[in-house]
Write a protein that binds this ligand. Structure first.
Ligand SMILES: Cc1cc2nc3c(=O)[nH]c(=O)nc-3n(C[C@H](O)[C@H](O)[C@H](O)COP(=O)(O)OP(=O)(O)OC[C@H]3O[C@@H](n4cnc5c(N)ncnc54)[C@H](O)[C@@H]3O)c2cc1C
Length: 456
């Protein structure tokens, strides 16, 4: 049996953690069953956003008539675009390998527990004083043979002419938008009448209106049957009125959520427990029910974002190898949806604020105070601030409009420092940058609080 200072199961974001610990002179075993870099770099955030960047250019050209510019896209070279994406994915593992510290032993295979302290991989037994589980998630199983998940897009073997996409969350919407813009015929199938239902209601309402103008969406519709014959699917759809319709498409993609990879870890050999969704339980110091065995990132099933996974892993390093004694408590967790329209958000939805009984004011302000925003000739973009009436704290910020994912960082900075919306009113903005639209948004919120305080 080989003995290490640390064993990490899962070489996604945790490959960086392995290097960091190895730099301390510790011997680390990193176990990865597939490509280093994990979901984000190989089949998630990065390749999807590279495709989305093409989609953004295409949408700008398609919509140039708003700016009195007549344009025509002669050709979208999908072969080149997907080849570039596939080539990028091919190189991810190599890039991670080249950065692997000499104190890291990489085991290419499925790791699983024989006991709280012993891991098996490729018929070898390993043990360590500390073990970290960073095994992430996988797409939920598809109900029909030959149907795809997002893993089948990254890398894409053959470009289909048409794809039916099932789902209404961020992965379904991002892929629908990107693939549609690239010229693939898309139909998005949504079980109910909502898109991005986890977003604040005002945001998802506007998103639905705008997104439906671009994408062919069948709401309240589900698949009754799907058969793959002669390289295409025959699909039977049923809507809420029980009406049946028949369709064909070359590919059927399910983006209906992700599930824990814990099932492969043989946790029954340990005292590690899972919750009712199958995710590994942990305490506030990331420790599982087995002593010195930790779980971080998507494997814990809490936030399912790359930036939170990375943050947690850096924090676990501080807890284990530096003097950090406090548990990590995220002050705020932002996210973005890279669709057209783009969305960015931090904090609770208004419904959640209401349910929690918080005293809040809402400032919903369009971006048109900024000339640069006016120049986009889009009327829908707005920012919704939800502010605590008792102390000016930013409870939430929801944005919809171009570059929201960049703009929201200004709000995040304020939240990070001392979280008082008044900073957004007092700071100096570059005129007339789109960010300037946060000035009236914050002024509106502050006015509402002051007028409430005057009356009460
Ligand atoms: C299409 C898509 C788009 C996304 N876009 C974004 C985005 O824009 N922004 C964002 O923040 N997040 C995004 N995400 C989510 C993001 O990819 C994850 O939150 C992130 O990858 C989590 O990192 P992780 O290291 O915890 O898990 P992972 O990256 O999933 O890594 C886990 C690794 O463990 C390996 N593994 C699992 N079990 C075993 C085992 N038993 N033995 C050995 N190896 C094992 C896996 O092969 C994998 O490499 C996206 C996800 C998808 C699918």
């Amino acid at each position: 049996m080989k003995t290490y200072d640390l064993i990490i199961i899962g070489g996604g974001r945790a490959a960086n953690l392995a290097n960091k610990v190895a730099k301390l002179g510790k011997k680390v075993a990193l176990i990865e069953k597939s490509s280093l870099g994990g979901t984000c770099a190989n089949r998630g955030c990065v390749p999807s956003k590279l495709l989305i960047s093409y989609a953004d250019v295409i949408r700008n050209i398609e919509e140039s008539s708003r700016h009195y510019i007549k344009s025509n896209i002669e050709k979208i070279d999908k072969e080149k675009i997907f080849k570039e994406n596939n080539d990028f994915i091919k190189k991810v593992d190599e890039k991670y390998m080249s950065k692997l510290n000499e104190n890291v032993d990489l085991y290419r295979g499925l790791g699983f527990f024989l006991s709280n302290k012993i891991i098996e991989v490729n018929n070898q037994k390993l043990t360590a004083s500390k073990i970290i589980i960073a095994t992430g998630t996988s797409p939920k199983e598809v109900p029909y043979k030959n149907a795809w998940t997002s893993d089948d897009i990254f890398p894409l073997k053959k470009i289909p002419k048409s794809i039916f996409i099932v789902g209404s969350g961020f992965i379904a919407c991002e892929l629908a938008n990107a693939l549609d813009a690239l010229g693939i015929k898309i139909k998005l199938l949504v079980r109910n009448d909502k898109l991005l239902s986890n977003e604040d209601e005002d945001i998802s309402k506007v998103f639905k209106e705008e997104f439906s103008k671009k994408i062919d969406i069948a709401f309240n519709t589900s698949i009754k049957d799907a058969k793959y014959e002669n390289e295409s699917f025959n699909i039977v759809l049923e809507n809420k009125n029980k009406e049946i319709s028949n369709h064909t498409c070359e590919a059927l993609l399910y983006a209906i959520g992700r599930e824990s990879n814990a099932k492969d870890l043989e946790l029954e050999n340990t005292s590690i427990q899972i919750d009712d969704r199958g995710f590994i339980k942990r305490d506030k110091f990331f420790e599982t029910n087995a002593e010195d065995v930790y779980v971080v990132g998507d494997a814990a099933g809490e936030y399912m974002l790359q930036h939170t996974a990375a943050y947690e892993m850096n924090y676990l390093y501080k807890l284990l190898y530096e003097e950090e004694k406090k548990a990590l408590k995220f002050k705020y967790i932002p996210h973005a949806v890279f669709t057209d329209p783009e969305i960015a958000s931090v904090g609770m939805t208004e419904r959640e604020a209401k349910e929690k009984g918080i005293n809040y004011v809402v400032s919903k302000t369009d971006w048109l105070a900024s000339a640069k925003a006016q120049g986009t000739k889009l009327e829908y973009p707005f920012t919704k601030l939800i502010i605590n009436r008792d102390n000016y704290e930013i409870i939430a910020c929801h944005m919809i409009g171009p570059q929201s994912s960049t703009m929201i960082h200004q709000v995040l900075t304020v939240m990070h420092i001392d979280n008082d919306v008044r900073h957004l009113k007092e700071m100096l903005y570059i005129h007339p940058a789109i960010s300037e639209s946060l000035l009236p948004a914050s002024i509106n919120a502050i006015k509402k609080i002051e007028s409430f305080n005057e009356k009460n």
